[in-house]
Design a protein around this ligand. Structure first.
Ligand code: FES
Length: 183
């Protein structure tokens, strides 16, 4: 551990920006005594606290753990659970692992891409929907598998997924306009 990291251990929690979401990240780094091996754990905490890994955040982690920035980016981009843009209100993860690919998951991706005019890893301009892909979601027997807002659904088709997303977006728009009317 470097002198700076030892000093960090004595400091009270808190990022210079005053953004309290950094507290959980600082605590995780402290828990692991700023060991470089803690990188994956710290990235996990960062993703959970912030919802995505911004460039500033990756630089902060690189400085605090004294891990080269290239290594932080390398680990962050290797794992599909990390995202680099804020996600939309709703998120659909489509598995493109082998079993799901064989069962046509790419056609689901294509259907959503055409309908919402976004690619994998992107969010619609109204911020309501993000499309994400993953390598294997661990439920291959249900292929093709999607995770819609945290819920796993199996044996999906392009039409069924498109309809689910359209329904959820309509509901959200209705709720938003009711809120706006209520003032
Ligand atoms: S390949 Fe899709 S869940 Fe395993």
């Amino acid at each position: 551990m470097s002198e700076q990291q030892a000093n960090n251990l004595d400091k009270s929690d808190g990022h210079p920006s005053g953004d309290e979401r950094y507290l959980a990240i600082d605590r995780t780094m402290k828990r692991f005594k700023y060991e470089q091996d803690a990188l994956l754990e710290v990235l996990n905490t960062a993703q959970e606290s912030m919802g995505y890994l911004s460039e500033d955040l990756l630089i902060y982690i690189s400085q605090q753990l004294q891990v080269p920035r290239s290594q932080v980016y390398g680990v962050a981009t290797f794992y599909h659970m990390f995202t680099f843009e804020p996600l939309g209100e709703h998120n659909c993860i489509i598995c493109t692992g082998t079993a799901c690919h064989v069962k046509g998951s790419n056609r689901i991706v294509q259907a959503l891409t055409e309908e919402f005019e976004i690619g994998a890893g992107e969010t619609t301009s109204d911020g309501l929907f993000s499309l994400t892909t993953a390598r294997c979601l661990g439920s291959c027997g249900l292929a093709p598998v999607i995770v819609m807002d945290g819920d796993v659904h199996g044996k999906e088709t392009p039409e069924s997924v498109k309809q689910q997303v359209l329904n959820i977006i309509v509901l959200t728009k209705e709720k938003l306009s009711q809120k706006a009317e209520a003032g």
